[in-house]
Design a protein. Sequence first.
Length: 255
Amino acid sequence: MKTLALALNTAREAVRNRILYSILFFAVLMVAIAAVFGAASIGDQVKYMKDFSLMSVSLFGVIIAIVLGVNLLHQELGKKTIFNILSKPVARWQFIVGKFLGLLATLSLIVVVMSAGVVGAFAMLTGRADWGLVVASFAALLELMVVIAVALFFSSLVVTPSLAGMFTAATFVAGRSASYLLYFLNGDQARPIQVVATGLYWILPRLDRFTVADQIVYGTLPDPSYLAVLVAYAGAYAGILLLLSIGLFSRREFV
């Protein structure tokens, strides 16, 4: 119950965050721009709109996850509310898990709203609902689950939110590009480079696996077994990061 109460309070604070509304406004604007330019483009406007709209949902979801995730602990310290929370019978692991669940609930709501707008726009354009867009949005939400866990990990590791944000953004970019590390693993590279590439390949989150938008754009759905693997992978990776975050947070001293 304590964890759920913390999650609910985190979601309320996130919803009241003015930065959230600014980012969400630009996300809706991008989807609207996709509809306008897609309707005016020459060629397959549906594919163009799908690609641009799904990119907007993913990109702005990641931005919101990073901005909110890296500022959680900093805001609690700045307002001194963390002392009130930890002075009560609330374990530090409950604090971290509650923050994670609250952020995940917030991002889930945002993705649902943006996805509903995208699906509705395409339903009006084509006369039918494209449920592939829902699948792509679900995969994007799984990716956001990992990004939130990464943000909380770096928030527990470093003090300033700017550093945590930089590290989280860098991890996201590297995770989206993780497949390119295979070039260094299979090529004729120096041994030290191969060792570093191998380490990064196994440590970095394979966020490139969650980008199923290309399949959706061309009218094919990913196999259900693949989606099940994505769910398991996102849950496992986020769970490991949460354990590390709890360990780091438990060792921190607040003055």
